[in-house]
Design a protein around this ligand. Structure first.
Ligand code: BES
Ligand code: MN
Ligand code: ZN
Length: 496
């Protein structure tokens, strides 16, 4: 990863390469006051060759004997449209360009006329680190990262500590996002349930949280009928992974429980999927991967709270031992479901995990799952679907979504939709058919959370970059690690 330092600079300009942020509607005026010779230089090109559009980059050699070697203009977009995400995108794009141009280090003044210094620095660091992510462990030729050092410039000493703290925190959060992306991007041949669990164990050992792995015998004893059934088609046995971080020095406070769907490969099972784009179903473990990233970040930040992660982890394959349509499954909380489609497997494994979450007497339960194609039809790739039985909790997550740029949009859980899940032979059917598929899936889950405050996030459209996804500088192709920054932000604000 890149390393960051903060420095007091009266001029906002250093020797070497300088990144200068610009608002689109104010070109050639930089978003921050700079020495006159630099302003003159910018005036010559800005407006014609550079407009300041979001993620636009323009590099100018200064040809000066002393002082700055190069000015790299980066567009923040219009001031009246500025979001924290503008900083992630602008600095992510500039980092990619500098890296391509073999630049090793650069400096930049921090613009904080709209948002506070801490949030802006955090966003800048996130944008740069996350844009540099590559999943290249399967490539014979690895691309070496050239960009290694960024200096953020503040005008006076009083700002030093705040910016340093933001940089430090952003780095720890991004480490969690990297872990989530890595796990999600891993091909299913090398990342089946037991392997997934082993990786989580290693992450926990290094980051400082406990990991317990429940294997098939225990899952049967614990009456986890959903996890056992979905896992029965693969030679790779299912597991339930329990992660626990306690930052309350053993005060035994009620935990926050984060649950994540981890289907290491979703072929659909006996209700097999069409082969087109089936390779994308390695990403069906994104929810579980995000849980690992959240725990890693929370442990690394040493937050003074207790957090439990639950990851039901299975491979959904058809075979002579697989579960089938028509089967009736009994879950941990005693409820039963008739299997209509073995491809509606996520809710079956989550039913057990959510039932188990309730037993932890949690302050809140939040689950993340690449649950339905229907959610992609409803919201596309620009927001995760949010569902809740507790508006207060949902509103907190919405606030975090605004701060982190990990958008969510709430859909209703009206009881009328529940009709679609009625079965003649069991308490529920596992598929409510095509209409409102994301909602009926969420309603299925709601049967397993009792009266605990709960939010369900359907991340099918946001967990990885798809054809329709917006090209953001800081989310390269493949897994996005969505949910990590969102939930870490939520948990941080719970401690304040
Ligand atoms: N993992 C899929 C959902 C999915 C689809 C995620 C596309 C990402 C991209 C899930 O297990 C699934 O197959 N859902 C079915 C449910 C249906 C059978 C009720 C779906 O959405 O079609
Ligand atoms: Mn499926
Ligand atoms: Zn699935």
């Amino acid at each position: 990863m890149i390393d960051f330092t903060v420095k007091v600079s009266r001029t906002g300009i250093e020797e070497g390469v300088n990144i200068i942020p610009m608002y689109e509607d104010e070109v050639p005026q930089p978003a921050i006051t700079l020495p006159e010779n630099i302003m003159k230089l910018i005036e010559k090109v800005a407006g014609r060759d550079f407009k300041g559009k979001l993620e636009e980059v323009y590099s100018i050699p200064t040809i000066l004997d002393r002082g700055p070697e190069r000015i790299v203009l980066t567009g923040l977009g219009r001031r009246d449209e500025l979001e924290l995400d503008s900083f992630r995108r602008a600095y992510g794009r500039v980092a990619i360009r500098l890296d391509e141009a073999m630049t090793e280090s650069a400096a930049s003044p921090i613009v904080s006329d709209v948002f506070d210094l801490g949030s802006v620095s955090q966003s800048i660091v996130e944008g740069i680190i996350l844009s540099m992510y590559r999943f290249d462990r399967y490539k014979s030729e690895k691309r070496e990262q050239k960009l290694k050092h960024i200096t953020l410039l503040v005008r006076d000493e009083s700002a030093l500590y705040k910016v340093e703290k933001s940089i430090e925190e952003a780095g720890r959060i991004c480490r969690g996002v990297y872990t989530a992306r890595d796990l999600t991007n891993m091909p299913s041949i090398d990342c089946y349930p037991e392997k997934f669990a082993e990786i989580v164990y290693e992450v926990g050992r290094k980051a400082g949280f406990n990991v317990r792995i429940y294997k098939i015998d225990e899952l049967e004893k614990m009456s986890m009928g959903g996890i056992v059934a979905v896992g029965s088609g693969s030679i790779h046995k299912p597991v339930l992974i329990e992660l626990e971080y306690d930052g309350t020095s053993g005060k035994d406070e009620n935990p926050y429980v984060i649950v994540g769907k981890a289907v290491t490969f979703d072929s659909g099972g006996i209700s097999i999927k069409p082969s087109e784009k089936m390779e994308e179903m390695k990403y069906d473990k994104a929810g579980g991967a995000a849980v690992v990233g959240v725990l890693e970040a929370v442990a690394s930040l040493k937050l003074p709270i207790r957090v439990i992660g639950l990851i039901p982890c299975v491979e959904n394959l058809p075979s002579g031992t697989a579960f089938r349509p028509g089967d009736i499954i009994k879950f941990r909380n005693g409820k039963t479901a008739e299997v209509i489609s073995t491809d509606a497997e996520g809710r079956l494994i989550l039913a057990d995990a959510l039932s188990y979450a309730v037993e932890k007497n949690p302050k809140a339960i939040i689950d993340l799952a690449t649950l339905t194609g229907a959610c992609i039809i409803a919201l596309g790739t620009h927001a995760s679907g949010l569902f809740t039985n507790n508006q207060e909790l949902a509103d907190k997550i919405k606030k975090s979504a605004e701060r982190t740029g990990e958008r969510v949009w709430q859909l209703p859980l009206w009881k009328q939709y529940r009709e679609q899940l009625k079965s003649d032979v069991a308490d529920l059917k596992n598929s409510g058919g095509r209409p409102a598929g994301a909602i009926t899936a969420a309603l299925f889950l709601s049967e397993f959370v009792g009266d605990k405050p709960w939010v369900h996030l359907d991340i099918a459209g946001t967990a990885y970059i798809q054809e329709a996804s917006e090209q953001k500088s800081y989310t390269p192709k493949g897994a996005t690690g969505v949910g990590v920054r969102l939930l870490v932000d939520y948990l941080i604000h719970e401690t304040q």
